[in-house]
Every structure is written in C-alpha cells, then in structure tokens.
Design a protein around this ligand. Sequence first.
Ligand code: CP3
Length: 365
Amino acid sequence: MTTDTTGTAARDGAPRPGGPADSAFVRACQRRPAPHTPVWFMRQAGRSLPEYREIRANVPMLESCRRPELVTEITLQPVRRHGVDAAILFSDIVVPVAAAGVDLDIVPGTGPVVAEPVRTADDVERIRPISRDDVSYVDEAVRQLVVELGDTPLIGFAGAPFTLASYLVEGGPSRTHAKTKALMYGDEELWHALCGRLAEVTLSFLRVQVDAGVSAVQLFDSWAGALSEADYRRYVLPHSTAVLGGLADAGVPRIHFGVGTGELLGAMGEAGADVVGVDWRTPLDVATGRIGPDKAVQGNLDPTVLFAPWPVVEAEVRRILTQGRAAPGHVFNLGHGVLPETDPDVLTRVVALVHELSGRRADQG
Ligand code: CP3
C-alpha cells in the first residue's frame, strides 16, 4: 500500500511490514528475529541454469550487463526457479571499471581480461571517476527489478579494491597475484593511489544501486585471502573501509565477502560490514568467535558438496544451520559461487531444506 517506489520503507521511514526491508534476509543481516534462515547463492544467476544459457547464447557478457531488460530477466530467473530469499543483480565486478574507461573484456571460460594492464601512475590517472550517467543501464535495471521483485529483496554488489586491482595489474585472472603483490610491496604510494581510485569508483557504483533501490549490498573481495592479516591491514583495509564506511548512512545492510579469509575475518568485519561472508574452510561458530557478536555471518556450504549424494548435502546443511546459530544472525549461502556444472534441482532442494529446518525451529520456539 506504500507509494514508495524503492519499496524499502514506508513514508515514516520504518520498514513496510512484509516489504523487502522487513524480509527474512534483511532481518537476518540486521540481527533481528526472522521467520526462517534466509538463503540465496552467490553466482545464482548464471551458467548452472539452462534458461540463462539460452538467453545469453548470442550476447557477450559485458553487453548483457548493459541491457536492462536482459539484466532484469536473468536476475529474476533463480528467484522464480529456486524460491531464494534474495535476488542478486546480474552484472560483474569489472562493469564499473569498464565504465571508468579501462579497456577490458570478459572472455568466456577465462574471466576478465584487461587490454593494457595498469602498472604506472599514468595508468592509474586514466581510471576516471564514474557518475550515474556512466552506468545508467544499472540504475535502470535496478529500478525495474525493484518493481518486479515486490517483497523479495535485491542485493547490489561491487568488487573490492584489492580484487579489482588484481585483475587490472595482472591483466587477467591469476593464481598467485604475483604482479599485484610486486606493485604493492614495491611502490606503496602507487598502490594506494590505485586502490584509492578503485575505492572511489566502487563507492559511486554502489551508491547508484542504493539510490535506485537495492535492499542490501555485497562487497566481493574474492582474492583477499591471498594476503596475511598484517598486509591486509596495511594495504587493503583502509580502501575497503572507505567503500563500506561511505555507505554507513545508506540504510541498507553491507555484506563483506572473501575466499580463504579465515585469518582475516575479524579485520574484514572492522572494515564496516554488517555481515561477514565466510567460505567453507571456517565453521560458522568459529567464524563468529573471530568476527564478534555485533555482526551477522553468511555462508558457508562448500559448492562442491552439491555434487555429493543427497544425504551428504542434507547432513552438511544441518551442520551449517546448527553452527550458524552461534552467530547473532545467519544468512545461508555457499562458501563461494555456484559452479557451472551444478544441478539446479539440488539448489532448489537446498532452499526448501533450509526453510523447512529453520522454520520448524522457529515454530517450536
Ligand atoms: O549470481 C550471479 O551470477 C550474479 C552476477 C555476478 C557475476 N559475476 C556474473 C558473471 C556476480 C555477483 C559476479 C561477481 C564476480 N565476478 C566476482 C566475485 C565473486 C566470485 O566469484 O568470487 C569475480 C571475482 C568476478 C570476475 C569474473 N567474472 C570471473 C572470474 C569470471 C569467469 C568465471 C566464470 O564463472 O565464467 C567472470 C565472468 C562472469 N561473471 C560470468 C557470469 C555469469 C560468466 C560469463 C559467461 O556466462 O560466459
């Protein structure tokens, strides 16, 4: 009954009952009681779905991110199919970097590839700040999605400065991040200039999504686990803090995620997150001990467990729900993205199981 086009709040600023800001997902992020443990999957909008492969058949990845009607359809596909508690915008972490003037492409089966890797002060200068006009297709897609999704929350996202810097400095995906670290250790001033510029671009990109009506944001620092805690604090934390801190007044939960970050969980929480994403290596009760009682956790089923026989999947889901109760809020997810070979029916069953197990518990208690 509200006239609020973002769907997040009634006129007095309180969450509209039953609206996205009152959903199980947002409630769990905010450590408020939820009717069941909410569940969504990183990379849920993608190649595990035949309907995704069909619609993307002749459209290059970056182009598909720039077509609002395609973004809307692909974002909705996993919500329709699995009944997940949140949608995640279909885009990619390199979309804002391309909008900032970096010549790059997303190569099928490889990932982002940068034409001229960023290695000098001049290269950094060429990364322009971005405004809404540079990513108007994202603004448009989010506004369409908020209408289409109704009471289901939409998660906006961006890549964190370190993970983006890695693609830009390496020129593509890297296992060791050797060139990135060589720049980081070898020219600290240039490193901070690069990450400072990327933090600005990332913050602007997230602001566009928040202004258009997303109900939460996730900052992906997928490759931060390549760093020691001391190096993370010195070279990365200030820049991720600039992004998350810059959204402190945005009124939406902020999720901060990385892979292999067992040793960094406390620091990643300090960057200003409301929710810390945990990969499968750290049990959620151990993770919440490291993160502290004032943040929710998200995770952490190993994506490869989805290839195991169902009784194994079920036992793992039960274990994760139990360990998640140690945290003040739990959003069920995988420990990293859905692998393309995953059977989508298993994802649907996991959603139903999480709802059944966690909802029954709420009824009892
Ligand atoms: O649910 C969703 O899939 C939402 C959209 C989404 C994509 N990328 C679409 C995509 C999101 C949230 C991302 C984030 C992303 N992109 C991250 C952080 C998450 C993570 O996995 O750690 C990273 C590191 C990237 C960079 C990237 N983009 C890689 C490494 C790849 C290649 C790997 C792959 O899966 O093919 C991409 C390409 C990409 N991004 C695809 C999709 C659907 C595949 C493009 C295709 O279908 O050809």
